[in-house]
Design a protein around this ligand. Structure first.
Ligand SMILES: NC(=O)c1ccc[n+]([C@@H]2O[C@H](COP(=O)([O-])OP(=O)(O)OC[C@H]3O[C@@H](n4cnc5c(N)ncnc54)[C@H](O)[C@@H]3O)[C@@H](O)[C@H]2O)c1
Ligand SMILES: [Zn+2]
Ligand SMILES: [Zn+2]
Length: 351
């Protein structure tokens, strides 16, 4: 088969690789019908995630068709259409039993496109297939469901729920990439009084308005802290969500929160960020970090199915699977082309 292989920082190629095989009886082999690229893949290519070794097939999001199952897979059969979550869970370790699949101690968690080969390929081996995939509801479009593999649960769980967004809150979201936009759209479910989006790219800020931000700040030219202080009578945001993954944006998110406020870090960080305790020790703030668990996937699927969440609007560009290089170029240069999520789809008639 062909797959997108990481060859070290800044290097990747769509190339011929061996087909995946079942190595554990809980595995399924899934034919990838649609997949996408995450900001985390850009972090990997920037060298921020050294656990990803050269030779690894990237990708942790897919919608596909079950091709083969191990003897210990009971809920899936060949031909079933499934969402492959970015998080795999054994379903039985201490953390999985609390729904904290991201912290699975038995070889689950974020493994796809990280510790094992991922979904940016024609086929993928999915471990713990029974507890790491979701059936596609009838009538749902693949590309909508694909948004539930990572960005929507991430924005919802690691941003909105970890940040404890409540009705009336002022919510600041630093970074309006797909994950920040997911946090914005999920924050709106809780009737906040304001959602402020902060980004360096005007095209992404335009998207943020469409996804539910009522105030946007380009922090290349404007002072986000001053804008939020004006909006809140000098207090600051109730909840500041970091959805970029750089030291500067983490430090900004901490500065944006009001005394007693909450800072929810979503970004994947490859470098140390400064926590200015000399300024913050007395401000009663709470900082949360987290890897998504994807435990909210069934809830979010219901919200998408009933039209409470519009998942389809995250998709800005469409490619064939063999156009990965071009898709990475477009996703990596979102500021100039307005890209949000790029979807790569298997072409009909290919195996
Ligand atoms: N914690 C998790 O489980 C989890 C899951 C998925 C993604 N992530 C992380 O979430 C982050 C966002 O992912 P994405 O797919 O939206 O990425 P992305 O690269 O598409 O978006 C990042 C956005 O941040 C903006 N940005 C960069 N520097 C900025 C600055 N100084 N101020 C304001 N905005 C700035 C960019 O213009 C861009 O719009 C990444 O760090 C990704 O790795 C974390
Ligand atoms: Zn991701
Ligand atoms: Zn587990």
């Amino acid at each position: 088969m062909e797959a997108l292989v990481y060859h070290g920082p800044g290097q990747k190629a769509w190339e011929e690789v061996p087909d995946p095989e079942i190595t554990d009886e809980g595995d399924a082999i899934v034919r990838v019908d649609a997949t996408t690229i995450c900001g985390t893949d850009l972090h990997i290519l920037a060298g921020d995630v050294p656990a990803v070794r050269p030779g690894r097939i990237l990708g942790h999001e897919a919608v596909g068709t079950v091709d083969e199952v191990g003897d210990n897979v009971h809920r899936l059969s060949p031909g079933d259409r499934v969402l492959v979550s970015c998080i795999s869970g054994c379903g039985s370790c201490q953390f999985c039993r609390q729904g904290r699949y991201g912290q699975c101690t038995e070889g689950g968690g974020w493994v796809l496109g990280h510790q094992i080969d991922g979904t940016q390929a024609e086929y993928v081996r999915v471990p713990y297939a029974d507890t790491s995939t979701y059936r596609i509801p009838n009538g749902a479009r693949d590309e909508e469901i694909l948004m539930l593999a990572d960005i929507l649960p991430t924005g919802y769980e690691v941003g909105v729920l970890a940040g404890g967004v409540r009705p009336g809150d002022v919510v600041a979201v630093v970074g309006a990439g797909p994950v920040g936009l997911a946090a914005i759209t999920c924050a709106r479910l809780f009737s906040p009084s304001h959602v402020i989006a902060i980004d360096l790219s005007d095209t992404r800020l335009k998207a943020a308005r469409e996804f539910g931000a009522d105030v946007t700040v380009n922090d290349a030219t404007e002072d986000a802290a001053a804008v939020i202080k004006d909006l809140t009578g000098r207090l600051g945001a109730d909840v500041a969500i970091e959805a970029v993954g750089t030291p500067a944006t983490f430090e900004l998110a901490v500065r944006l929160a009001r005394p007693g406020g909450r800072i929810a870090n979503i970004g994947v960080h490859g470098r140390p960020a400064m926590l200015h305790l000399e300024d913050q020790w007395s401000r009663d703030i709470t900082i949360t970090t987290g890897l998504v668990d994807a435990s909210s996937t069934p809830t979010l699927m219901r919200l998408v199915a009933t039209g409470q969440l519009d998942a389809g609007r995250f998709v800005s560009h469409r490619f064939g699977l063999d156009e990965f290089e071009q898709a990475y170029d477009v996703f990596g240069d979102a500021a100039s082309n307005g890209a949000l999520k790029v979807v790569l789809t298997r072409q009909e008639g290919t195996d």
